[in-house]
Design a protein around this ligand. Structure first.
Ligand code: ADP
Length: 392
């Protein structure tokens, strides 16, 4: 019988879910508006069910939302049960360089990492707790956004702080690993020589980071100890002189919570433009501040591109992915503009037409646009761990 794997991505205001029957998506959707007006929307690939309805307010918690989803899944599965639930977990700490079967001990260890990813980890764990209750018979599996980077070189794992801080876990973890893993696997399957080369992947979404990859291994990421570092994001500041934080705390007397809110929720594209965190809104705006926010976003990407190419000792391939990377021809064009010095150019017709390979005719660097699929990475890991669990 086909193996049933449910993939959950639990955030602060939504739970996104994908139900796989073996490798095929059977149903996908989300419960949005948690904590406010919860709403269930889904579509089934097999039974053509489509649902888009408001839920009751008591269903607006992670536990309530999964309870509301259960009867829909039962109808869809027609007597079969969920074999495993694969969870996206943003932070695996120093310990987890691979996905893991969730036990009480692992759950406690992951809870201790909440301060390192306050925007994501508590909600990821609330989803896990709700899922253990809703699917008590299923194996629960955690897949980490940090795991892909755990073997990156020491110089990219550390800050220049006293060694004792490194030893207690103040390290550069890097995130978006499930996306980078998907892209690497895709390259290995479609173009082994590209996979084996020097690749920079730009995952540009609401959260944004870049990763330098050689032979499928992370060499360096723009994100660091938390998912705040590196590129500016929808609402997060990206790279920042730590002196600014000291200034906010001491001279301005801001509380730690207020600084945290500022850096995580009110900076980035939203803070710079004063208009929106949403790239589509900014690209459609005629306000000069929107253009300036876009300029800063592009500037930081270009700067990292040059730095990463240097660290890799050259560059063979650039991949754009994530909501902005996949959909915004404008941002791709701005990033790749005037990069002939490094051997990189794009074909603007191909870029505008949404082709996968947008490299210019004379470009010695391949430029690709590849839609990411973190759910597929989680499904594959869950299937592997299920196989191992039943083999022992
Ligand atoms: P998340 O990090 O939440 O998964 P996504 O990868 O879905 O985010 O990316 C969301 C971002 O992608 C938003 O800023 C959105 O405006 C942007 N985006 C989506 N489509 C387009 C488009 N056609 N042009 C510009 N930006 C786009």
């Amino acid at each position: 019988m086909a193996q049933v794997i449910l993939v959950l991505n639990s955030g602060s205001s939504s739970i996104k879910f994908t139900l796989f029957s073996d490798k095929n998506v059977q149903l996908s959707g989300q419960i949005s508006g948690l904590g406010a007006t919860p709403r269930l929307s889904l579509k089934s690939e097999t039974s053509k069910i489509r649902i888009d309805r408001e839920l009751a307010s008591h269903e607006g918690t992670h536990a309530g939302a999964l309870k509301a989803l259960l009867p829909v899944l039962e109808q869809e599965l027609a007597g079969r049960s969920v074999d495993a639930v694969g969870h996206r977990v943003v932070h695996g700490g120093v310990e987890h360089a691979a996905p893991v079967l969730l036990s009480d001990d692992v759950f406690v260890a992951l809870k201790s990492l909440e301060p390192l990813a306050p925007l994501h980890q508590p909600h990821n764990l609330a989803g896990i707790a709700a899922s253990r209750e809703a699917f008590p018979e299923a194996k629960q599996i955690a897949c980490f956004d940090t795991a892909f980077h755990r073997r990156h070189p020491w110089v990219n794992d550390t800050f220049a702080l006293p060694r004792s801080l490194y030893d207690e876990g103040v390290r550069r973890y890097g995130f978006h690993g499930l996306s980078y893993e998907y892209i690497c696997r895709y390259l290995r399957q479609t173009s082994p020589e590209t996979y084996a080369g020097r690749v920079i992947v730009a995952h540009l979404g609401n959260g944004a980071s870049m990763c330098a990859i050689r032979d499928g291994q992370s060499i360096g990421s723009t994100m660091g100890f938390t998912a705040l570092d590196g590129l500016p994001m929808g609402t997060r500041c990206g790279q920042l002189d730590p002196g600014v934080v000291l200034y906010l705390l001491t001279t301005k007397g801001m509380s730690a919570d207020a600084v945290s809110d500022l850096l995580y929720k009110n900076s980035g594209l939203k803070g710079l433009s004063g208009i929106s965190q949403d790239m589509r809104t900014l690209t459609e705006s005629t306000d000069p501040k929107a253009a300036e926010a876009i300029d800063y976003f592009v500037f930081r990407i270009r700067r990292e591109l040059g730095a990463m190419a240097s660290v890799l000792g050259g560059l063979d391939t650039v991949v754009f992915t994530g909501g902005i990377g996949e959909n915004s021809a404008l941002i791709r064009e701005k990033v790749c503009d005037d990069q002939e010095w490094i051997g990189l150019s794009i074909d603007s017709m191909k870029n505008g037409a949404g082709e996968e390979d947008i490299s210019g005719a004379s470009s010695s660097i391949r430029v690709l646009v590849i839609p990411t699929n973190e759910e597929e990475t989680i499904r594959r890991h869950a299937a592997d761990l299920l196989r191992e669990a039943f083999a022992t």
